[in-house]
Every structure is written in structure tokens, then in C-alpha cells.
Design a protein around this ligand. Sequence first.
Ligand code: SF4
Length: 343
Amino acid sequence: MKSFAARLIAWQRKHGRHDLPWQGTRDAYRIWLSEIMLQQTQVATVIPYYNRFLASFPDARALAAAPLERVLEHWSGLGYYRRAHHLHAAAQAIVERHGGAFPRDAQTIAMLPGIGRSTAAAIAAFAFGARGAILDGNVRRLLARHRGIAGFPGDRKVEAKLWAAAESLLPERDIEAYTQALMDLGATICTRASPCCEKCPVATDCVARRDDRIAELPSPRPRKTLPQRAVRVLLIERAGAILFERRPAVGIWSGLWSLPEIDVGADVARQCKARFATDVVVGEELSPIEHGFTHFRLTILPQRIAVRKWPPRAEAPGLVWLTRDDALSAALPAPIKALMRRV
Ligand code: SF4
């Protein structure tokens, strides 16, 4: 039987994906951008974002020189905004530390903000043909099944076993085709639910298939119920515009524009008076929005507020009035943007 890698490479040449916008280039900047966008997001969603982003920021220098606000605008809707903050910081590091040229070896690449070991290896493989193992979410699933590695892959010991497997399977040559094959096979054949084993090039020696353990592998995260939080957001309207407030630089949705928030139990009129020194008319409560974060679930309770007079002293630097249309193209958190679409 041919090696695992040889079967994957042959499969990739025939059945893998070859026409994605970030393929067929050796430009490490483009490859890096695609890898970061694809980390939490499906290919079909990423493509238009990728093209728009490149049109505005064609290389690391352009990205490094852009204001963070513009970068976030281009990211708005993709979610996981830390990725955009890291991209921007990494572009600046590439300019400052490497004279604008993308570093070539995986270890140096992994020292840039937001780039882990697997992403660094993928960039080095695609851009420079460097031989190194990758282990993104899809590859973890594929290897956990094929090698029969039980346990939650986020667990350190299990992860070490998966890395060891990934390294032991590396081919001597054709690292680009092999790396792409792992990604494609994980994304299109060895999928989370109902993998297509009859089309899999490594089915003959797959442990999970042999032992009928496909549904059990990889083992799920040990169950933990996420804490539930709630917050009231104020839809303060005046003369056709809505008040937005810049989020703090740290914490969720950092740096984005969002609606002012208050505690759920707080008196709305009194809070507005205290924060903005203005009298308001408290309007209707809109239906709640549920939003999930990695560590908690958030219920957002929107409250309409009308205001007639806005005192000049409330025009603080972190506040801005936007029309609904302007808000839709600004860097807003996804649930707030969804709210704007329906008000
Ligand atoms: S045989 Fe099925 S479970 Fe095993 S690696 Fe292939 S697709 Fe995944």
C-alpha cells in the first residue's frame, strides 16, 4: 500500500481544490491573509472578504500603514475580530522587524501576532515549499479518526499525540500538495457529520472506520454549560441618526462601534441623564438578540430612546451619531449590525 502522504497527494491532484483565489500564488502575504480568514470561517464566506481586503491592502506595507479602524471595517461581519487586530499588528511587525518582507521560516513566522504553529507551517509550505506539519481543526479530526487517537484534541496530551502523528506522516517532497490535501480532505470528505468514507483515499487503513468509531472521534470537549449574561443596549435616536459608542480597546468587540450599554436592571432614563446629561423619552423594547461567544452567551435587550436636545458636553470623543445606512457600513459587531438591518 502506498504511504498516507502519497495517497493524499494523488487524491489532491485529481479531486482537491485548485481554483481558490489564494491558490496558485507564492505571495506569503496573500497566503497568510487567507489562512487567517479561513480559521473560523467557511471558504464561500471568506472569498468576497478576501478580495475586498486585498484590493484595499495589497501588501504588508499597505496594511501596516492603514488605520486600525479601516481594517476593522473590512473585517466587519467576519467575526472573531481579534484576527483583524492581530493581522494589523503583524503587518506592522513585518515592516518594523523584517523591512516589509514576509519572514521565510515557520519559527520566525510563528513569532508574529496571531499566527500559531500550524498556520506558520502552512504559510511556509505554500509560500516557500518548507516541510512542516500542520494541525488545524480539520486536520485534527482527520488524524484523530485515521490514527484512532481518542480524547479531546484541545487537551495537551492528546494534542501532543496528534502533532506527533502529523509529523510522522510528512512526505519528503510535494509538501504544498500534501498540505493542501490535508486541508481539503478534512473540509470536504472527512467532515464532522457524516464523512464520505467511500471517497476517502486513506479509508483502507482508517482506524475509526475499521472499528466503527467515526461518530466518537475526535472526542468532544468535556461538557460545560456556558454562563449566560444579559445587557441592555440603547438605541438613542435624534434627527434621523443613532448614537454609537466606541468599545474599549480590550474585551469583546474591542475597537468596534456599538450601541451604549447599561445593566439590565438599571433605570434607563436616570442612566441617560447621568451619562449624557440629557432628558430622554424611553420608547419600546425590541425583541432580544441571542449571541454566543466562546466563553459565555449574551442576551442583548435593545431599547429605543428618543432625545430632543443633545447637550454639547455629551459630544465626547468616543461617541458618534450615524444614520442607519452609515451604520451598516461601519465596523459594528455582527448582532448590532443585524439589529440595524431590522430597525
Ligand atoms: S475513512 Fe472516513 S473517517 Fe476515516 S479518514 Fe477517511 S473520511 Fe475520515
